[in-house]
Design a binder for this molecule. Structure first.
Ligand code: 5GP
Length: 206
């Protein structure tokens, strides 16, 4: 067992990738962080992005903020599990930490878009993919307005983008579950239950 030497006391064979996607304003970041807190040993995969850091972002926690040159260097070196362009900026999931945490039996959570989810499923078909939906389109539009982050023309753009992202998620064939976010706590619990059920199923316990 050459690998035994590298194993931690907390390592298991329970490794699972959880993809969480959804349009902006749907509550997916809150749900993602809630699942991370609620599942023992879960880790959030910190993406690289070329977008500018905002006041609410923490380097190394929300993202690694990198230059375009650095992003392209990483891409050329095959260091990404997947990449995507969102609103003209580049986003990518560093591959090595995901594979390392999977090997340790962790739940690895990727908060990525539909294009990225398709690529991850090609490499890791066993990934569990959840798409978060708003209760209605009207609720989503209201939530985007309530965030008071952007002016109305940008809000309308995000709303249109959200509708087409939902449509492409539905036709992608990538998502195991579409979860309607009526209530945040309830959605977090449902996502955790899905993870537990999937791990039980794989372990032959269900
Ligand atoms: P934001 O810039 O608002 O944090 O994220 C914009 C969009 O990019 C969101 O839909 C988010 O899920 C997606 N995203 C964030 N990181 C990644 C990544 O590494 N890969 C992909 N494909 N999408 C990402």
């Amino acid at each position: 067992m050459p690998d035994a030497i590298n194993r931690l006391a907390t390592d298991t064979d329970n490794g699972l990738v959880l993809i969480i996607s959804g349009p902006s304003g749907v509550g997916k970041t809150t749900i993602t962080r809630g699942v991370e807190r609620g599942v023992p040993g879960a880790v959030f995969s910190v993406s690289c992005t070329t977008r500018a850091k905002t006041a609410v972002d923490t380097e190394g926690v929300d993202y690694f903020f990198v230059s375009d040159e650095e992003f392209e260097r990483m891409r050329a070196a095959n260091e990404f599990l997947e990449t995507a362009g969102v609103y003209g900026k580049k986003y990518g999931t560093p591959k090595a930490p995901v594979l390392e945490q999977l090997r340790r039996g962790r739940l690895v959570i990727l908060e990525i878009d539909v294009e990225g989810a398709k690529q991850v499923k090609r490499h890791l078909p066993d990934a569990l993919a959840i798409f978060i939906l708003p209760p209605t389109e009207e609720v989503l539009l209201q939530r985007l307005r309530d965030r008071k982050r952007e002016d109305e023309s940008l809000i309308v753009k995000r709303f249109e983008a959200a509708k087409s992202e939902i449509a492409s998620a539905r036709t992608s064939g990538v998502y195991n579950v579409f979860l309607v976010n009526q209530d945040l706590q309830d959605s977090i619990q449902r996502a955790i239950d899905l993870v537990d059920a999937e791990r039980d199923r794989r372990a032959g316990r269900a």
